[in-house]
Write a protein of this length. Structure first.
Ligand code: NIG
Ligand code: FE
Length: 415
């Protein structure tokens, strides 16, 4: 069969394909990087990948040929933890935050997540769609082609459903693939201060409604000291599992609440944040399929400790990296900046970082059969970087290195 599109002369082609782990390598460095690579696309899918001369049998006279001029090409990157859909912004809390008022303290004063809840309740569906589209366009410009998007700024049923409907519209109205997560247990509304059990019941009652309307694939809880305890979280997760939700968790972000251990016990797809993970937590994750989804932009923005990424990776934990894009703890859509922080602060190596935002992020979303690597039969989602090697993309920080983005075989962004 011939290709519709061939990209050739790729200086470094990060296919993202997982290779057997070599001696002296971590289980995060084992991704394939081809020199002088090519990609052949048929329709919206990848039909062949290789290095060296493009086989002539792939080329017909209508095949479009693109010379990558020796640049880096990677799989479309995946941002597997975002709070994309929200009303308003929180620069009014910025000075307090810089002055050192703790994140949980701002929340207790009715600010933080609760102030974004107010803005999201007040926003119309169209306003939320338009704001999210603007963010997605920005994410795409950084090379991101799949984004996980959580609810959790509604807390009341009506607004939670509104946020999830926005996700459904985004799936239809723009190019980036959206994975929808219900996070009704993101904070305890003030009116439930003395009725925690009542709120938890409300979240549980919403599960079948969301399932029936097919509004979310994943369920997530903010399991944290002062938010939802390990026991309370477990209770909601067990119900969610009964309705067929896949699970992910905000775990051990500020205090250790044995969130990683809970993720392993309930076979979740990912445990996210993990700045305060314990030795036992690391042990639990390394003996599991749970992806440790690290969000170093949040540590950077909150001025907190970073997750012990080096230790986790050296012990064999599988790691993903995401922005955590949200209006409070990490207001940025820039996944490249997160990758650069991962290099500088988490001491992650270039191949580990690219694995974390491609195939491992895809696994954390249960999408690794379709996206996350440039392999035959997968979606033709890939990114051109204005760079000759992957190290340069991480080293030259704070700028956007993406020059072109292809989604489903079509050029959707060009610098
Ligand atoms: O992942 N930790 C909880 N949720 C978000 C923050 C949300 C917010 O501050 O609005 C997070 O950091
Ligand atoms: Fe988050």
């Amino acid at each position: 069969m011939n290709a519709d599109l061939i990209i050739y002369n790729i200086g470094q082609l990060v296919t993202g394909k997982e290779l057997p782990v070599k001696d002296g390598e971590t289980r995060m460095e084992n991704i394939e990087v081809l020199n002088n690579g090519y990609i052949a696309v048929s329709g919206s899918e990848i039909m062949a990948v290789g290095s060296g001369e493009v086989p002539s049998k792939l080329i017909k006279f209508t095949t479009k040929l693109i010379d990558a001029e020796g640049c880096v090409v990677t799989p479309g990157m995946i941002d597997s933890h975002t709070h994309l859909v929200h009303g308003g912004s929180r620069e009014n809390e910025f000075l307090d935050k810089i002055a050192g008022v703790p994140y949980i303290e701002i929340l207790k004063r009715g600010g933080g997540i609760l102030s974004s809840v107010k803005a999201t309740v007040e926003a119309t569906e169209d306003e939320l769609v338009n704001a999210a589209k603007k963010s997605l366009r920005r994410m795409l410009s950084y090379g991101v082609t799949t984004v996980e998007s959580k609810s959790g700024y509604g807390l009341d049923s009506e607004t939670e459903l509104k946020q999830l409907r926005v996700n459904e519209r985004l799936k239809l109205e723009q190019e980036v693939d959206i994975v929808s997560t219900f996070m009704g247990a993101h904070a305890l509304p003030e009116e439930y201060k003395d009725n925690r059990e009542g709120f938890i019941q409300k979240v549980i009652e919403l599960l079948p409604v969301i399932k029936e309307r097919e509004l979310a694939e994943f369920f997530d809880v903010f399991c944290e000291e002062g938010v939802f305890s390990n026991e309370e979280s477990r209770k909601m997760y067990i119900e969610a599992q009964k309705y067929g939700f896949k699970l992910r968790i905000h775990a051990d972000e500020i205090e250790n609440t044995k969130g990683a251990e809970l993720a392993k016990e309930l076979q979740m797809y990912s445990a996210d944040h993990l700045m305060a993970i314990s030795e036992d937590g690391i042990k639990a994750l390394k003996n599991s399929d749970v992806i440790a989804n690290l969000l170093p932009g949040t540590s950077f923005s909150l001025g907190k400790d970073y997750a012990p990424a080096r230790k986790m990776i050296d012990e064999g934990v599988q790691v993903a990296l995401s922005t955590d894009y949200n209006p409070g703890s990490c207001p940025t859509e820039n996944l490249q900046l997160i990758m650069q922080i991962a290099a500088l602060k988490l001491k992650m190596k270039p191949k580990e970082i690219f694995k974390a935002v491609t195939i491992n992020a895809a696994k954390s979303l249960g999408r690794d059969k379709r996206v996350g690597s440039i392999e035959e039969g997968k979606k033709a989602d890939f990114v051109f970087f204005d760079s000759k090697n992957i190290e340069y993309i991480l080293y030259h920080f704070g700028i956007n290195h993406t020059s072109k983005v292809f989604k489903n075989g079509c050029l959707v962004y060009k610098k």
